[in-house]
Ligand binder design. Structure first.
Ligand code: TTP
Ligand code: MG
Length: 380
């Protein structure tokens, strides 16, 4: 009997994937912020947490250099010092971490209206209605990583997959600064060579149980007949078996939070060079058209226009201007963007790598109520 014949009681939901989920987690979050603030810490085995004077307390997190010594979050400081006597310790600037976290979550909000913040340095974005396919999701993730780095100078790792569990596993599988995409048909192949402990919930104890049965990699479990997985490892074992064989095991009960759209934007990364401002302007102009079309569909007006410009050395500038009243006209966006661009006239257009235009401060237009501009346009 083939395996497929045996799987008669698997539900239909378990066999379908219709979401594209992105998971982002900052790399060595607290330690990365400390290194940004004190670049001389770069490259050192560093722990954040505990008291550097008394050498008491526990490790909140540590740099990747410290991890090479076996140090990890939650470890007592004195144990960490035994593993690495020349360890550098900092106490931690928790207020600053909170601010950095907030600023990064704001950046993420910009990429999808449907998001779930999972911790101080991690969040899920539902991209299902934002991108057409996995290739577009990957491009969006590259921009998001650039954006996070340009704004906070710390790196993150991203996983993109058809559900949350897999997106997190994908992100965890290539840290730091990784970007891993797992499409529905690639799930079992992607998981096969990974250690079974990459599955959330499979800790040291579960690993011992698995390894007694010669299951160390996800692929080892996937190869077992599912009845055997159930018999040896129980209900959780069967669920993990389904996951490593590419079934959708996600409990969809917990919903993402849809935040109100606060802005409409378009960003273009230039993969080719444009030698004149005219050529750049053609790209900006089409972005403005696209934004205003979306604005019209949503029956909204705007007050603030933001220009974002990035040069090849990654210098990124964001400039904004707010109008005195709500507006709906593309003409006003063009005039403001042109004005904001004046500051960069001295730069070479061929050095531009990205241009973004955003309109924000949005207000729904009541069907019966015209904006002041429309009113004046009509009588003018
Ligand atoms: P994590 O994302 O688990 O760890 P990390 O960002 O430091 O490292 P990684 O590159 O593996 O993602 O946690 C985020 C922050 O939360 C971490 O920087 C410090 C804090 N934290 C604690 O204070 N105590 C803990 O036990 C853990 C796990 C994290
Ligand atoms: Mg992290």
């Amino acid at each position: 009997m083939t395996l497929a014949n045996q799987i008669v009681y698997f539900s239909e939901r378990e066999q379908t994937f219709d979401s594209i989920i992105l998971y982002m987690d900052l790399d060595a979050f607290f330690a990365s912020v400390e290194i940004r603030e004190n670049p001389e810490l770069e490259g050192l085995p560093l722990v954040v947490g505990g008291n550097p004077k008394t050498k008491q307390g526990v490790v909140s997190t540590c740099s990747y250099e410290a991890r090479k010594f076996g140090i990890h979050s939650g470890m007592p400081i004195n144990q960490a010092l035994k593993l690495c006597p020349h360890l550098t310790m900092v106490r931690g600037s928790f207020k600053l971490y909170g601010e950095v976290s907030k600023s990064i979550m704001k950046i993420l909000e910009y990429y999808s209206p449907t998001m779930k913040v999972a911790g101080n340095d991690e969040a899920y974005l539902d991209l299902t209605d934002v991108v057409a396919d996995y290739e577009e999701a990957k491009r969006l993730a590259t921009e998001l990583k650039d954006d996070v780095y340009a704004s906070e100078e710390i790196t993150c790792s991203i996983g993109i997959a058809p559900n949350r569990i897999l997106a997190k596993i994908a992100s965890d599988s290539d840290k730091p600064d990784g970007l891993v995409v797992v499409k529905p048909l690639e799930i079992s192949e992607f998981l096969a060579p990974l250690n079974i402990t990459i599955i959330p919930g499979v800790g040291r104890k579960s690993f011992e149980v698995f390894s007694k049965e010669n299951v160390e990699l996800c692929g080892d479990l996937a190869k077992l007949p599912h009845q055997l997985a159930y018999q040896k490892f129980g209900k959780y074992g069967l669920k993990t078996w389904k996951l490593v064989n590419g079934y959708n095991t996600e409990n969809t009960g917990e919903k993402f939070v849809r935040h109100e759209r606060k802005s409409i934007s378009e960003e273009r990364t230039f993969f080719e060079k444009y030698n004149s401002w005219e050529e750049i302007w053609i790209r900006i102009d089409s972005s403005i058209d696209a934004i205003v079309t979306r604005l019209t569909v949503k029956k909204m007006s705007f007050r603030t226009i933001t220009l974002k410009i990035r040069f090849k050395n990654f210098e990124t500038y964001t400039r904004a201007h707010s109008l005195t009243s709500y507006n709906t006209s593309p003409k006003h966006v063009r005039v403001v963007v042109m004005k904001l661009l004046e500051e960069f006239e001295g730069k070479k257009p061929e050095d531009i790598r990205l241009i973004g235009v955003k309109i924000s401060n949005l207000m729904k237009i009541d069907d019966n109520q015209k904006t002041l501009t429309q009113f004046f346009n009509n009588i003018g």
